[in-house]
Design a protein around this ligand. Sequence first.
Ligand code: NDP
Length: 340
Amino acid sequence: NKQVIFKNFVEGFPKESDMEVKTSSISLKVEEGSNAVVVKNLYLSCDPYMRNRMTQSDQETNDPEFIPFTPGSPLEGFGVAKVVDSGHPNYKKGDLIWGMVKWEEYSLIENPQLFKIHHADVPLSHYTGILGMPGITAWAGFYEVCSPKKGEKVYISAASGAVGQLVGQFAKLMGCYVVGSAGSKEKVDLLKNKFGFDDAFNYKEEHDLDAALKRCFPEGIDIYFENVGGKMLDAVLLNMRLRGRIAACGMISQYNLHQPEGVYNLMNIVGKRIRMEGLMAFDYFPQYAKFLDVVLPFVREKKVVYVEDIAEGIESAPAALVGLFSGRNVGKQVVAVAKE
Ligand code: NDP
């Protein structure tokens, strides 16, 4: 059983060498009377929140996003897998599932809380993205937290990624004016030509983010879907309209800094009556069926397209995860571990 072992707590940017692919000879089986399952992992999901779990913390938390990994043990994350052995009444051998697994070829999961995959006519890798955690994030973040209306002006940072590409397409379906930013020409082309954004810019080539936003939004921004934080948030605050909304989904530019950057333009929230609200995907997991009713037809009818960046083989997992923090991924970063 090949495993991706978390070697030790990380400071600054994570490196491939913070992880190690090793083979374990321990055989996994469900003990008599246990309600565990053994799964064969097919796809592993690389997600930015995993960086939080690489930091040592003495704060008590029940939030799975913040429970630190254990040095010497495999990383954990969302994955798509097939049940190969089960002592649990809700799961049987052969079931396809998505949920929290370990970064290894086979995982023994005690007290499984896994979503069963009932629709396998779409690519299974989608259950790490558009039909999994990032999909729920985009759906709840846009439709619920942003309270969008037709014709509103929407701005999305890290717009070509797992969450951002979906938010932009949901906003276009609603009849909004949509602009995204991303870190390369290839990504900007995707935003404009594949995802149908009205406009897009490469934030790495703009020395003045405020000017870039004024160029794209001469009348200001109604909705900002925040994935990046820091300087980007500061520039956006200057360009928000009266009663604008900011969905604080993530702030990836801050995750590897020793000291978070200052945000100086917060007073705009007061005068412009801006509502800024954080969201956590896990809160919406109980609404998964409702989410699927909306988003699965979008996939099947090709109303929404989804770009994935699939790294082959479990050995590629450390580089794939680390790549999120330099923007190496083009679209949702997935690791393909095995075929069904
Ligand atoms: P992505 O697929 O967008 O991958 C991360 C991207 O972030 C990179 O490709 C890169 O794109 C961009 N990035 C990396 N470093 C920086 C930086 N310093 N400044 C600006 N951009 C940077 O990831 P996800 O779509 O999975 O996640 C997007 C955001 O949503 C993250 O902040 C994440 O933490 C958050 N999130 C929050 C959830 C929640 O429950 N609240 C759930 C899921 C995600 P580029 O080339 O464009 O720079």
